[in-house]
Design a protein around this ligand. Sequence first.
Ligand code: SAH
Length: 409
Amino acid sequence: MNFELKKIFLRKGKEESLGRFHPWIFSGAIHHTEGSSALEEGDIVEVLASDGRFLAIGHWQIGSIAVRVLTFKRQPIDQAFWQKRLAAALDVRKTIGVASKEEIVKSKSSNSKCNDIYRLVHGEGDNLPGLVIDIYGATAVMQAHSVGMHVCRNELAAALREVMGESLKAIYYKSETTLPFKAQLGQEDGFLWGESNDNIARENGLAFHIDWLKGQKTGFFVDQRDNRSLVEYYAKGRRVLNMFCYTGGFSVYAMRGGAELVHSVDSSAKAVELVDANIELNFPGDTRHNAFAEDAFKFMEQMQERYNLIILDPPAFAKHKDALKNALRGYTKLNAKAFEKIQSGGILFTFSCSQAVNKDQFRTAVFTAAAMAHRKVRILHQLHQPADHPINIYHPEGEYLKGLVLYVE
Ligand code: SAH
């Protein structure tokens, strides 16, 4: 290698998880560091076992996860490296069919195959820990969750342009809220390359305004695409309630599926504006839809028993393991209300995106809710994150979205 990296030596025996290709090194595993100068957050470091054996190369930062591994091979981390990783990620999206062919996208048709909203990079799932890239038409929204990815952002943007070619016109960087505050990076969101005001993109032929400037995450919840399609499948003739609607993804699909009425609820007035705009974009003048800016619990407490398809997609109730107990109680309370009020023969779509809550714990919370409401409930489907949010097999922590579709007798 033609460059000298700062070195991190692990404590004896602490290299074991790296042998299983787990991409995180916790701060407690580190014995000492070596290098011509002190470590700086975002540095690319070489990780060695206590006996000096090479283990990995990764990004270092202060925090419980001290190193995020980029490679288990001795190799330069340069633009060619990023390009190779991004090309591999794009290949996966082509394989699963979410990155649609350019001619379909260009026609901007409502053909359900027309899809230009997808996640190109899903952190550890794409062997790029700390990095998320979502594609919205000709704009990529890049988000760094680690200082190292922030430091590399321009190199990454250059690599992304190479890989995406003509199909990409702009790269927006949106990391103000995802980078550690204490690192004092003074980070501001903005375009790294190009500029675009065309923020309408298509998911399965449905159009959405994407607010990458002020919206949550990168501007849209890309991870519910497949589950929204399932709502569309069940929506015909149903009275649909979409709780925690945000941009109204589920509502727009329910409308296309032929719902009799669709009500969308979110506590944020901005979200309600967005859902109204997205309905208008796809179904101008359609009176089947109404949106309400209200607290979910309050709305469900007061609502009539008129819905026979309810979607519950709340924000992560447990952001950390210590919040687990309260989170489970929250899921139970929320689902119990839905079981109480849903009509007989109704279908409940219920989700948890808390990484700290596993599939079994979520299922137990929902089971408890069903029992509290004395309803007969069958599980029709067990849902999860879509294929463009892949899980690195060596990093089970990457599994976060789970859902159940329930038939309530
Ligand atoms: N289902 C959405 C994503 C939901 S994100 C989609 O498919 O895009 C969670 C949403 O819950 C956010 O928009 C947030 O504003 C809203 N929210 C959070 N707490 C709430 C509450 N108590 N009542 C209603 N909405 C709430």
